[in-house]
Write a protein that binds this ligand. Sequence first.
Ligand SMILES: C[S@@+](CC[C@H](N)C(=O)[O-])C[C@H]1O[C@@H](n2cnc3c(N)ncnc32)[C@H](O)[C@@H]1O
Length: 284
Amino acid sequence: MMQRSYVHSSEENISPVNPPLVGEGQHPDKMQGHWVLARAGKRVLRPGGIELTRQMLDALAISPQDSVVEFAPGLGITAAMVLKRRPVAYWGVEREPAAAECLRDRLAGTKAEIVLGLAEQSGLPGACATVVYGEAMLSMQSQEQKNRIVTEARRLLAPGGRYGIHELCYSPDDLLDHLHHEIQAALSKEIHVGVQPLSRSEWIRFFEQNGLKVTWSAEAPMHLLQPQRVLRDEGLRGSLRVAFNVATNPKLRHRIFAMRQLFTKYREHLRAISLVGQRESTNA
Ligand SMILES: C[S@@+](CC[C@H](N)C(=O)[O-])C[C@H]1O[C@@H](n2cnc3c(N)ncnc32)[C@H](O)[C@@H]1O
């Protein structure tokens, strides 16, 4: 197994010196957009950035009494933040083998357990968690898959437990249908993932229909690839790493510029949203 070295700095800034080999085997022109970004050295891969993540974690109020499941931890940035809150247990369920390997390296020596598998079928015991959350993973699923994942979140949550998400949403809430289709098609073509966001009220309905009472929500602009956001998310050294990788790798540059162009084109209609919902406190 390949060994990677890590530079430890402040808070969640534990950054791989070499980007993890995520997306290995995918043709550079067809690689899923989040792995293109990861290969460029970007570690924060969610639409509202680290700031919306902090707000979501505060709203989830994770404490040393909690047992936590994270769906799709990716490169483990939020996992490291959550582990600082010293939960009783933390499980990360990630489907990409290289990311799971990177997470096991990165979180070695903590109580984190990484499950290589699907969020919709985690294999974890029912009611094992008081908190379940996932970022930038539901938006890339069909409606049926979204339903399967929230059903699994509910199964994992003990009565009264909290579920948090941080995803893409359409704006305004009543965005015309033809724009939904146009944006979905354009993003899916460029990012090579079937991107299917919902509007704010659709996300809220999705929670309610699955027995989760929304207790908190917030939104942020979708500025994933804007220079100021990259600086805030990755720090100065991380941003320089991304800039260097983009400058020296024409294939990465081509893909990242194309994604940024799309995000800019639809900046009025795509935002980041985070919701926290609570499962009823009895076993319904
Ligand atoms: C855009 S990245 C987000 C990573 C991380 N959550 C973040 O916000 O930085 C999407 C992640 O979702 C994972 N993923 C997508 N569908 C999944 C599923 N059904 N089960 C587990 N992981 C999944 C991918 O492997 C990838 O790590």
